[in-house]
Write a protein that binds this ligand. Structure first.
Ligand code: NAI
Ligand code: MG
Length: 492
C-alpha cells in the first residue's frame, strides 16, 4: 500500500464531519418513515461518526417496490451493459481505495492496512470477476427427435440481501456481484453497526450507471428492518450472512411463500498442525488463522489441533506471536490489531473469557480487555480446555484460540475435528501433501486450506456444511443462487 501519513490525516478530517445518512431507495437518499436515527461511533474512541436511519417495514416496502419496478428492464439489460457497469464500479472503487479503507477503519475498527489490502482489494476483485461472468450465463440447447429443447437461465427476481459488520464493504460485494451480473434487482440491508462504506458504494454504483431502483440500500436494526425484508411477499430470494441463530429466523420468515434462501453462518473451524509441518509457516499461520480481523471471522481457525510432539513449540510460538501484537486505533500505521466492532461484541467475547476461566481453561496470554475507552480485547491463547466447555464448542468471534493436543492422525482426530455443529472451514499444516489431501477429504467443511489459511478468491466458492449455512457464495457457483432455469420444449 502506498499511503502518506499526510493523506490519511486529510482524509480523516474530511470523514470526521458528522452527517446523517438516508436510505438509498430508487436512486435517491430517503429519510426513514419512523424519523428515528441510529448513532454510529468509532469503536476505537467511541466518538460519534454519523447518524443513519432506523429502517422499518414501511421503508422495506418502499425499497422492495423500487426493486420490483426496476426488475423488468434490468433483467433484460444486455450482458455488455451489466459488464460495463460492474467494471466501472470496480475502477471507481480502486480510484478511491484509500477513502473506502479509511471509512472501514473508522466504522469497523480494523486496521487501515487490513481494510486496504484485504477488504477493499477483495471487493474490487469481486466486481471484476462478476463483470466477466455477465457473458457466461449461457443456457443450453438440446435436440431430441422432433422437438427442440431450450434451457434458459433467467434472473430470479427481487433479492433481499442482509449482511453483517465484520467485512462491511466486502460482504456487500459478495452479495451484489452475482446478483447484479445475473440481472436481479436488490434490496440490501447492511449491518446497523457498519453501514458507511456500503452507503457510499450505493452512490458510486449510481455514478457508474446502475439504473435507479436496481440497488436499494436500507439501514436499520435486525428485527424492525431485516425481518420484514426477509418476509416481504415481493421478494423472490433472500441471501443472508450473520449468526446461525438469525439464519434460522430467516428460513422461517422466508418459508411462508417459499422464497429461495442462501445462508452463510457461523463456524468453529479446526486448524490441524501435524508434527512434520514447516513450523516457520505453521506458527504464524495458526496465529493468522485466529487473529486476522480480531477473530471476527466466520471461518476463524478457533480450534487449534497440534500433534503432541510439536504441541509445546506451536503453543509457545502462537502465544509469543499474540503477545507481540500491537493493539491500538486502526488508523495508526503501527497498529496491528484494532478494537472489536461494538460494546455488544466486547461484552460477548468478555463473557466467553470469563466462562473459560470458570470452567477451568487456562489463558497463556491475554484473557482480558485492553484499555478502557475502545472495545479492545487482548489476543488470547487458551489451553487445558475440554469439549464440555463453552469456549471449546461455541463460536466466540473474538481473538481467542483454543489449543488442543492430539497423538496421531487417525479416526479419533478426524472425529474430534468434525465434532461441531458447524462446517465452514478447516486448515491443515504438513509437508506430506498426500496425507494433507487424505485429511482434507474427510473434513466436513466447505473450505479446506493446506499450508495456508484465510486465502479467499472471487473464483473460489465459499460456504458451509451443516449449520454453517446453505449454498456457496463466490465463484461460478454463486450465479446459480440468482438464476432460475426454464426449459422450453417446442415440437417442430
Ligand atoms: P446477527 O446475525 O444478529 O446480524 C447480522 C445481520 O442480520 C445484521 O444486518 C442484522 O441487523 C440482521 N438481523 C438481525 N436479526 C435479524 C432478523 N430477525 N431478521 C433479519 N435480519 C436480522 O449477528 P450479530 O448480532 O451482529 O452478531 C452475533 C454473533 O453472530 C457474533 O458474535 C458471531 O458469532 C455471529 N456472526 C457471524 C457472522 C458471519 O460472518 N457468519 C457475522 C456476524 C456475526
Ligand atoms: Mg444479532
Amino acid at each position: 500500500m502506498t499511503m502518506k501519513l499526510q493523506d490519511t490525516r486529510l482524509l480523516a478530517a474530511r470523514l470526521s464531519e458528522v452527517k446523517t445518512y438516508g436510505h438509498f431507495i430508487n436512486g435517491e437518499w430517503t429519510e426513514g418513515h419512523s424519523g428515528e436515527t441510529i448513532e454510529l461511533s468509532n469503536p476505537a474512541t467511541r466518538q460519534t461518526l454519523a447518524y443513519i436511519q432506523s429502517g422499518d417495514a414501511v421503508d422495506v416496502d418502499r425499497a422492495v417496490n423500487a426493486a420490483h419496478h426496476a426488475f423488468p428492464r434490468w433483467s433484460k439489460s444486455s450482458p455488455a451493459q451489466r459488464q460495463t457497469i460492474l467494471r466501472v464500479i470496480a475502477d471507481r472503487l480502486r480510484a478511491r481505495q484509500l477513502d473506502y479503507a479509511m471509512m472501514e477503519t473508522l466504522n469497523n475498527g480494523k486496521t487501515i492496512t487490513e481494510a486496504f489490502t484485504h477488504d477493499i482489494t477483495g471487493a474490487i476483485g469481486l466486481f471484476e470477476y462478476y463483470a466477466g461472468a455477465a457473458f457466461q450465463l449461457h443456457g443450453q440447447v438440446a435436440d431430441f427427435a422432433d422437438s427442440t429443447m431450450l434451457i434458459h437461465r433467467e434472473p430470479i427476481g427481487v433479492v433481499a440481501q442482509i449482511i453483517p459488520w465484520n467485512f462491511p464493504l466486502l460482504m456487500a460485494a459478495w452479495k451484489l456481484g452475482p446478483a447484479l451480473t445475473t440481472g436481479c434487482t436488490v434490496v440490501l440491508k447492511v449491518a446497523e453497526e457498519t453501514p458507511l462504506s456500503a452507503l457510499r458504494l450505493a452512490e458510486l454504483c449510481q455514478e457508474a450507471g446502475l439504473p435507479n431502483g436496481v440497488l436499494n440500500l436500507l439501514t436499520g436494526f435486525g428485527e424492525p428492518c431485516g425481518a420484514p425484508l426477509a418476509a416481504h411477499a415481493m421478494v423472490d430470494k433472500v441471501a443472508f450472512t450473520g449468526s446461525t441463530e438469525v439464519g434460522k429466523l430467516i428460513v422461517k420468515a422466508a418459508s411462508n411463500d417459499l422464497k429461495k434462501v442462501t445462508l452463510e453462518l457461523g463456524g468453529k473451524s479446526p486448524n490441524i498442525i501435524l508434527d512434520d509441518a514447516d513450523m516457520d509457516l505453521a506458527i504464524p499461520g495458526a496465529a493468522n488463522a485466529i487473529f486476522f480481523n480480531h477473530g471476527q471471522c466466520c471461518c476463524a481457525g478457533s480450534r487449534l489441533f497440534v500433534q503432541e510432539k510439536k504441541y509445546d513449540q506451536v503453543v509457545e510460538g502462537v502465544t509469543q506471536f499474540a503477545k507481540n501484537i500491537r493493539l491500538g486505533p486502526g488508523l495508526d500505521s503501527r497498529t496491528q490489531m484494532g478494537p472489536l466492532v461494538s460494546q455488544t461484541q466486547l461484552e460477548r467475547v468478555s463473557g466467553y473469557l470469563r466462562s473459560g476461566e470458570e470452567q477451568g481453561a487456562k489463558a497463556l496470554c491475554g484473557g482480558k480487555r485492553h484499555g478502557e475507552n475502545g472495545y479492545f480485547v487482548e489476543p488470547t491463547v487458551l489451553v487445558d480446555t475440554s469439549p464440555d466447555m463453552k469456549v471449546y464448542r461455541e463460536e466466540i468471534f473474538g481473538p481467542v484460540v483454543t489449543a488442543i493436543p492430539f497423538k496421531s492422525v487417525d479416526d479419533d482426530l478426524l472425529t474430534r475435528a468434525n465434532d461441531t455443529t458447524y462446517g465452514l472451514a478447516a486448515g491443515i499444516y504438513t509437508r506430506d501433501m498426500a496425507r494433507a489431501h487424505r485429511i482434507a477429504n474427510r473434513l466436513r467443511a466447505g473450505t479446506v486450506w493446506i499450508n495456508c489459511y484465510n486465502i479467499f478468491d472471487a473464483a473460489l466458492p465459499f460456504g458451509g456444511y451443516k449449520q454453517s449455512g446453505w449454498g456457496r457464495e463466490m465463484g461460478h457457483n454463486a450465479l446459480d443462487n440468482y438464476l432460475e432455469t426454464k426449459s422450453i420444449c417446442a415440437s417442430i
